[in-house]
Design a protein around this ligand. Sequence first.
Ligand SMILES: [Zn+2]
Length: 418
Amino acid sequence: MVEWKSFSPHKSQDDKWSESVSKLSSSLLKLSFKLAMTYSLKFGELMKRTGRSKSLKEYLEGSHDSKDEEIVDSFHRMLLLEGHLLGKHDDYYTLLRFLRMRAFDQQKAKDKYLKMLKWREDYKVDVLVKEYKYVEYREVQRCYPHGFHGVDRHGRPLYIERIGMVDLNALLQVTTIDRFVKYHIAEQEKTLNLRFTSCSVAANKHVASTTSILDVKGVGMNSFSKPARELFMEIQKIDSNYYPETLHRLFIVNAGSGFRILWKALTAFMDARTIAKIQLLGSNYQSSLAEVIDESNLPSFLGGSCTCSEFGGCLLNDKGPWNDPEITEMVQANLQSSSAHKTSAKKHDGGSERYKETRHANQAVYEKVQALETGLQDTKMILVGLLTKQEELMRQLEELKDLTLVRSLSDKKVNITN
Ligand SMILES: [Zn+2]
């Protein structure tokens, strides 16, 4: 790893020259130390600012309830023993979400979970995330204003939809239902993989759900034409089947009498767990929102103080911790390191049933080692910074060495000629 090369000046060169080189090398060493200190101080400051003291993993994982942990563990074991390939979707919170959605019935949760894996495979979700470009985004925003905007007081991403302003005919002129659905999936993936993790880092606690506001001003029975129903049913199906338990709370605001009739009809098809998360409010919604969202995170059209005027409006800005470069850098580094862990774990994973059983028996040890490995990431980042500075210093010293040699050779030449 770190290799300190010793520097020995050429013996035949004159003392004065060698003295000045050794002076220079010592000041370079001091400079390198200073740079390393600055680097680690800056890193420490960043960790302090984002409230991190130990491992990023701790914030991303939060504290697990021991009862939940037990059932997630047994669910995980069951899936592995049945030989299912879980890929990168075997993390604690994904498994927990599927268990919760089926009231901790492992067989029912397994059914939903495996359907989700198959859907991801069939729909090529991972490819879509990387390659899909929703070029009509701006035009879509004009006839369907929606988007993420800051966080609630707990640090959860805040999602807002002004559904009363949807112009469906115009929307279907600039996009198709199929393209909109693809865009919606890409956004869901961004929320799972970037928004939640960035919010966790920013808030110093595990964040894995969204607070949403649905502005239904002007929405009534007539608002749901056939294509509108098709679009909303498709999105509803994807969200509830493949991204379950990611909604913390939904505020429906500006609900008039027309919407309330529609709402009664809609709730007949919704499960009690979802209904319990929804608060139906009329035009006096401001105080309810203020309780959970700071006014700086609330757009002015919902009674807050934010306008995002330089971005053309709050719903076009996508403001939030997921756009803070320092935070996203850390999240990306963590994603890479955990996928590296998964790859190296998988290399040993394809063996016999007996191997799998042994692995399960050693699960506790295995997990501890993984936690330790991730805890080392911070140290690694600092070391990488130090190494870069050291390499720079070494390069400069080598150059100086060469210069010394050239100088001493040319001195000799002068002596011989004389
Ligand atoms: Zn704003």
